[in-house]
Design a protein around this ligand. Structure first.
Ligand code: BTN
Length: 280
């Protein structure tokens, strides 16, 4: 663990004990861990999940990451002062969480940012892009990477989320697939990482419970939050695959995206890139 680059101090170091106390009524057994720097909070929790006897949630938050991971082996730029967190959740359920849980997490993150903006006297307009990018009209604000593993009692899942607090520099912007934005650019509010965590974790808990009880709520809520129905997209599923162009008609029970290319349906379980074209 090194120091913060340029000798900067973290703006809002997380008071882990306070967060645990505030959230314990909702998340009994919650453990919140803070580190100044690590390669990737997802990687750290994935490594520890095997020998972690705890059944409550473990949350790891870093001031910055030196090898932040994005989806499809892409990098997630993680300069000091943003929110980089991973949540280790054990699910005593045989159903695989792999496909729907990313949608669940994206929903909770979008709602948390919007609620925080309101709480601080402002507002922010966000929508989801499949599977779980959180977008403002200006670009990508946040992303989610879920990684899971089957364990003896069911599944262990790491839900990783990154939220840009400050603009990325020009070089970083240049390397991105999609333009990015940040909380600072979106709304001039007193954003704090603790505030966002306090808004996000209970929403994630509620959404995970609702998903366990009735997965169809995720489909409906996600479609509303994404405004995806009727959007024309070009989907690239892999490097050597021809892109498919079609109109989004919904999400399947397992979270896959349903696209119609004329009369031909396509079920997209994973996509390297999705280019948004127009909306019907
Ligand atoms: C994406 O949109 O590609 C997903 C980005 C996920 C980034 C977060 S930051 C915290 C956690 N640790 C990582 O290495 N990645 C996730």
């Amino acid at each position: 663990m090194g120091g913060v680059p340029g000798g900067l101090q973290p703006l809002d170091p997380i008071d882990t004990k306070r967060l645990e106390a505030v959230l314990r009524h909702k998340l009994p057994g919650l453990r919140v861990l803070w580190t100044e720097s690590t390669k990737s909070t997802n990687r750290d929790l994935l490594h520890s999940m095997e020998d972690d006897p705890e059944t409550g949630w473990t949350v790891l938050v870093a001031d910055y990451q030196t090898a932040g991971r994005g989806r499809h082996q892409r990098r997630w730029f993680s300069p000091a002062g943003g929110l980089y967190m991973s949540v280790l959740i054990k699910l005593d359920d045989a159903r695989s969480p792999v496909t729907l849980l990313p949608l669940v997490a994206g929903l909770a993150l979008k709602e948390a940012v919007e609620a925080e903006a309101k709480q601080r006297g402002g507002s922010i307009t966000l929508r989801l892009k499949w599977p779980n990018d959180v977008l403002s009209p200006n670009g990508k604000l946040a992303g989610v990477l879920c990684e899971s593993q089957e364990i003896r009692s069911g599944w262990a899942v790491v839900v990783g989320a990154g939220v840009n607090f400050f603009p990325l520099d020009a070089e970083q912007q240049r390397l991105l697939l999609y333009p990015s934005t940040s909380l600072q650019e979106e709304a001039d509010l007193d954003w704090t990482r603790s505030g966002l965590l306090t808004a996000f974790l209970p929403r994630l808990a509620d959404r995970v419970e609702a998903w366990k009880f009735d997965p169809s709520t995720v489909q409906e809520d996600w479609l509303k939050a994404s405004d995806a129905k009727g959007r024309r997209v070009r989907v690239k599923s892999g490097k050597d695959k021809e892109p498919v162009e079609g109109v989004i008609r919904g999400v399947a029970e397992n979270g896959a995206l349903i696209i119609m290319e004329g009369d031909t349906p396509h079920i997209v379980n994973s996509a390297e890139s999705i280019e948004e074209l127009d909306h019907e």
